[in-house]
Design a binder for this molecule. Sequence first.
Ligand code: PHE
Length: 449
Amino acid sequence: MEEKNKRDGFGSKLGIIAAAAGSAIGLGNIYRFPCELGNNGGAAFLLVYLIVVVFLGIPVMLSELVIGRRGQSNAVGAFKKLAPKSAWPIVGYIGVLCGFIIFAFYSTISGWTLEYIVKSVSNSFQGKDLAAMEQDFSNFHDMGWRNVMWQAIFIFLTGFVVFKGVQNGIERYAKILMPVLLVILVILGVRSATLPGAKDGLVFLFKPDFSKITGKVLISALGQGFFSLSLGMGALITYGSYIKKDDNLTSTAFSVVLSDTLIALLAGIVIFPAAFSFGINPQAGMGLVFNTIPMIFNQMMGGYWFCIIFFVLLAIAALTSTISLLEVVVAYLSEELHIKRQWATVLACVATMLIGSFASLSLKSNTSLAFGGRTVFDWMDFISSNILLPLGGLLIVLFVGWRLGKSHFFDEVTNSGKLKSPLKRIILFIIRYLAPLAIIVIFISGLIK
Ligand code: PHE
């Protein structure tokens, strides 16, 4: 047996990867990625996104895992332990705040997945054309309280899993279900890419027009990279603290980045060919995914059943992400403020519900919850994803590169010399110089534009 340790932890190697990938893979891949790509010039965005994921995603993710496992604590506590009596714990506080904001608006869309499960069970997409589908979608938005109800149910579900703790809750669900999602997406992708006129969608997705790379595209790709990989707010610091000492952090980071990116790409291959084939504007934003996918199923044998399974899996993918968002807040409340884990969960869920309902209600067509050209929902998304996450990521790499120091970093990635880790020097170089510089440059170029 291992040393007595009253912190909960992940049980197996596969469990860690599944839980971290479960956090990463979610609405960010299947819903947000196509929206952002559609609004930011298609393939040009994809190109920047891939560069962000490889050169920033892997080092930032590894940095978070290192901080978490080294600090054996929540996002705030880890900095307190590793840099006592310094200002570094502020990075953790920003993360907890950010986790809270993301959970508040993320649960809105998560709630929609439940509505869409009900819609698909009751066969309400059958035979509908695009106009009817779009009408349904906007009618649903205008039922503000129905959105809030689904959101509340989703928050409750998340709370329920977090309530039960890491190993019984998070790990067990994540391990089985993510691979099934992958299979469904592949099937959908094949159907979509073989629809008439699908080719234009593939061109939009894969043939970059370099003149489209603007400051806005850069910032959006940066924000999307952090969002999709769950980086910059301590989710992976918190999960890192549950990882055993003999697990390989570097390979975990690689596997998670790879699977997350694969799912996002697949989502693009599902959405864009079909959207072009059906005549849906790639800039349709929220409707892009929620209207396109049922329409693909309408064109498929067994579409009724596939559609139900798809939305159930989408809901579960969202759930494994919201679990990690809530876990950041709950681990902080219970370990730093010594609120009992169960009470911390209830408290965080109620607070999220209160703030989150504004996000949901702001999506009604006649809403007054909008200012400066953005709804409350959009503001929450913009501030957390495009500003706080990259800022958190910047501080995290600076911390690992310059404050934690080389020997601690190498010790963590090699498990005190037991692993070879041939890439450790290159990765440290990126963490120290390249990653901070890249984040700053992208940020400034976005501000200038
Ligand atoms: N990465 C998740 C997704 O793609 C969202 C998320 C962001 C989860 C930040 C945790 C932290 O859906």
